[in-house]
Design a protein around this ligand. Structure first.
Ligand SMILES: Nc1ncnc2c1ncn2[C@@H]1O[C@H](COP(=O)(O)OP(=O)(O)OP(=O)(O)O)[C@@H](O)[C@H]1O
Ligand SMILES: [Mg+2]
Length: 373
C-alpha cells in the first residue's frame, strides 16, 4: 500500500531549473528523477531517468505520463490527487512499461513542491524511481563478494595447513617402503604416496589464484581462440564451438594464463554437460561471444565501459538445486568433479576486478564474464 508523506518542500532558488545548476546536479544522482508540472506534464528528467526509461528529452518533454507508459493511468490519478492535497506518497512496487520495452518494477517516491522561479513556476511534483531488480542484483552481488572473500581466506589457510604435513607423510612412506622386506606390503605404502600426491595437486590448484597476477596487454580473442582449440582437442567430436567476436574491442591489462584458465574452466563445464546428456536438436553448441558493455555494474561499482565475454551452451542447464551454489568450493554435480573449476574461475576473474554471472535453464546456459576497461 502507498504510504502517505506530508512534506511539501519549496523548490529552493539554487536548484532553479533555469539556473543551469539543476540539470547537472540531477544528473549526478543515481536515482531516476522526473519533474512534472501541475498539469502532470514532464518538464525535466535526469540522466539516470533517460537511461532507465530509455527516453531522450527531445522526444518526451511536455508529454504526460500516459503518453509515455502503457500502464501509468492509475499513477496519474494518484498524482492528480497529490497535486490537490499537497501530500506526497511512496509506492514500493510500481510497474511501468515503455512501448517496446520490458515492464520495469520500481520503487517510487512522489514529493510535491511549491511554486518557485523558473520553468516550474506553478509548482509541481518530483518523482524519484529506483529499479527494484537492479537494487536486488546489487545486494546479491555484494553478498556474494563478501562470501567469496571469506571463502578465499579460509581456503588459503586450510590449503597451507594441509600442504605442510603432506610432504612429511609422503617422505615417511617412501622411507618405510625401502625398509619393507615383503614386496606385497608396498601396495600399502603406494596408496599413501599416491593419495598424498593427489591431495598435493588439489592443494596446488586451490592455492593457484593466490599467486601474483602478472599483467601485460591481453587480447580477449587470443584467450578465446586458445580455449577453443583446447576444448576441440579435449572433446574431438560432437561439439561445435561458435565464435561471435566484436573484433573492435581493445586489449586490456591482464594475466593471460589466469584468463585462459578461467574461460577454460567455464567452457569445459559446458562441454562436459553437453556430452553427458542427449544431443540437443541442431547439435551440441557452445558460443563464445565478446561485446562492449556500457554502464554496467561490476561488484557494486558502475563501470562506464566493460568488456563482456559470454560462454553460452545449449545443454541441459545447471541442476536447480546447485544453481545458487556453483561458485562455492567443492560443489559439484558431476561424477568425479572436484567442484573447484568455477571457484577458481571466479577468483581469477576477481583478480582482474571483474565478475562472473550465470543464467541457466534447460537448453540455454550463459556465463557472462565482465572486465572493467
Ligand atoms: N554449462 C553448464 N551446464 C550444466 N551444468 C553446469 C555448467 N557449468 C557448471 N555446471 C555445474 O556446476 C558444477 C560445478 O562446476 P565446477 O567447474 O565448479 O566443478 P566441477 O566441474 O564439478 O569440477 P572441476 O571443475 O573442479 O573438475 C558442475 O559439476 C556442474 O554440475
Ligand atoms: Mg568444472
Amino acid at each position: 500500500m502507498p504510504q502517505e508523506k506530508t512534506s511539501t518542500p519549496a523548490l529552493s532558488p539554487d536548484i532553479n531549473p533555469e539556473a543551469g545548476v539543476q540539470t547537472d546536479a540531477l544528473d549526478l544522482i543515481a536515482t531516476a528523477v522526473l519533474l512534472l508540472d501541475r498539469d502532470l506534464r514532464l518538464r525535466q528528467l535526469n540522466a539516470a531517468a533517460e537511461s532507465l526509461f530509455a527516453m531522450s528529452p527531445r522526444h518526451v518533454l511536455g508529454q504526460r505520463l500516459v503518453e509515455l507508459f502503457f500502464d501509468s493511468a492509475l499513477l496519474e490519478e494518484k498524482l492528480a490527487v497529490t497535486i490537490q492535497s499537497g501530500r506526497g506518497f511512496s509506492d514500493q512496487s510500481l510497474r511501468l512499461t515503455r512501448p517496446g520495452h520490458e515492464p520495469l518494477l520500481l520503487n517510487c517516491i512522489v514529493t510535491p513542491f511549491e511554486p518557485g522561479p523558473g520553468v516550474l513556476q506553478q509548482g509541481g511534483l518530483v518523482l524519484e524511481f529506483r529499479h527494484i531488480e537492479q537494487q536486488l542484483r546489487h545486494e546479491r552481488e555484494e553478498q556474494r563478494l563478501t562470501q567469496h572473500e571469506a571463502n578465499r581466506v579460509l581456503i588459503r589457510n586450510l590449503a597451507h595447513e594441509i600442504k605442510n604435513p603432506l610432504g612429511g607423510l609422503r617422505g615417511s612412506a617412501q622411507l618405510l617402503e625401502r625398509e619393507l622386506d615383503r614386496p606385497e606390503l608396498r601396495e600399502y605404502t603406494q596408496v599413501i604416496i599416491k593419495e598424498a600426491d593427489r591431495l598435493q595437486m588439489l592443494m596446488d590448484r586451490l592455492l593457484a589464484p593466490h599467486r601474483m597476477v602478472q599483467r601485460a596487454p591481453v587480447n580477449i580473442h587470443e584467450v578465446c581462440e586458445r580455449v577453443r582449440s583446447l576444448i576441440l582437442a579435449e572433446f574431438p567430436s560432437g561439439i561445435r564451438v561458435v565464435r561471435d567476436y566484436d573484433v573492435s574491442l581493445p586489449e586490456f591489462q591482464g594475466d593471460r594464463e589466469q584468463l585462459i584458465q578461467a574461460v577454460l574452466n567455464i567452457t569445459r563445464n559446458a562441454s562436459q554437460a553437453l556430452l553427458a546428456s542427449p544431443t540437443p536438436e541442431g547439435g551440441a553448441r557452445i558460443t563464445l561471444r565478446t561485446r562492449a558493455a556500457w554502464q554496467t555494474s561490476i561488484a557494486g561499482r558502475t563501470c562506464r565501459l566493460a568488456l563482456e565475454l559470454q560462454v553460452v551452451d545449449n545443454g541441459p542447464g545447471i541442476a536447480a538445486e546447485l544453481r545458487e551454489r556453483i561458485f562455492l568450493p567443492l560443489v559439484s554435480g558431476r561424477e568425479g568433479g572436484t567442484g573447484l573449476g568455477l571457484t577458481l574461475a571466479q577468483s581469477f576473474v576477481q583478480n582482474h576486478r571483474g565478475m562472473i554471472e550465470c543464467e541457466s535453464q534447460p537448453g540455454r546456459t550463459a556465463f557472462r564474464v565482465l572486465f572493467p576497461l
